[in-house]
Structure formats: C-alpha cells, structure tokens
Design a protein around this ligand. Structure first.
Ligand SMILES: [Zn+2]
Length: 183
C-alpha cells in the first residue's frame, strides 16, 4: 500500500476542518478510519474519506494479471483476477479480453487459468490483452472429458481420451502448478 495507507481508528482529519465521509467515523473530535484503506481527503468539499482496499487492488495499465476464465463469448473472454503482478488479490475484479484477433478455435475455456496484460480502462471496464507470447492459458483441462492435458506444440492433448484441442497457450504453460488455485 502507499504512504497514505491507514488502519481502523487512525486519525484522518480534525472535525473542525473536515466532515466524515466514506468508511470513516467522527469521534467528536477527529475523523477516524472505519476500515483499512487509503486516505482520500477532498479539500474542495472538505470531506475526509477512506478508499477501501478493494479499490486499491484494481490493476493498472501494464500490470500482468492471472485469473480464472469466468465466461467465454464469441469475441472475448471475461476473467476473474486472482493475482496482480504476482500478488494475490481478494477483491475478485473482472477484466475482459478481446479474442477477436487470436486464430484459435478455443482461445480458453471457462475455468481455465490465464495470464493477461491490462491495456486500458474504458467506461468502467478493465480491458486486457492475451496477444503476447507469455500471455495466455497457464492451466486447462480436456474439453471432452475434463482430464489432464499436455502441450503438443501450440495445442493440448488429453492424457486420458487423446482429444487434441487448441488454446492460446502462454509460453509458461505447464511450468507452474495452478491446480491449487481452483480449490
Ligand atoms: Zn479427454
């Protein structure tokens, strides 16, 4: 967290100068934090707020995230973010990733673990890309029988039923054990 990080009960401002805003309370003397977070003082409206960590764990442009695929649509996937730059996050924010330019029939499946890079925030939606070599699927299963798959060049093959399928694989596919992420 930044240098503005504060903890419940921390003094944020004097009530003579500021009103208690979001995630704060007024103890009759001081505005204090009601939650862990980041101090957010609005000097123009004279309101002292605390931004909750949920807001702090929204990835920024350029961040590399790892998450599980929540939905697969015709030209994009929606991903629930679990890690931002390698740090676990509990806020479970979602990003969307265009798959329009990826020449794969099955870029990723629901519940696959993927790594993406954040490219922009547009209209309240976080957009990511999967188009770089290290980006893509880190963990997937067989689409037919749900069993383990192994990489075969740029495709995957089921060790159980031998079904061969395509994915947009990360160059790090198979290097980590992400099964534990899935509970
Ligand atoms: Zn299979």
């Amino acid at each position: 967290m930044s240098e503005n990080a504060i903890f419940p009960g921390d003094k944020i401002a004097s009530i003579e100068e500021y009103e208690a805003g979001y995630n704060t309370f007024d103890d009759g003397d001081m505005v204090r934090a009601a939650t862990i977070g980041e101090k957010d003082i609005d000097k123009s409206s004279r309101i002292a707020n605390v931004k909750h960590p949920k807001a702090l764990s929204i990835p920024r442009v350029g961040d590399v995230v790892i998450g599980s695929v929540a939905a697969v649509m015709s030209s994009m996937i929606a991903v629930t973010i679990e890690f931002i730059n390698g740090n676990p996050t509990t806020s479970k924010v979602e990003c969307v990733c265009s798959t329009r330019n990826i020449r794969k029939k099955n870029v990723a499946l629901v519940n696959d673990i993927v790594t993406l890079k954040i490219v922009n925030h547009l209209n309240g939606t976080i957009h990511a890309t999967i188009s770089e070599p290290e980006l893509g699927v880190l963990f997937t299963k067989c689409r037919k029988c749900g069993k383990k798959v192994v990489q075969m060049r740029d495709a995957v093959k089921c060790i159980e039923c031998s079904w061969i399928d395509d994915r947009k694989l990360s160059t790090n596919f198979g290097k980590n054990d992400f099964i534990s992420l899935r509970g």
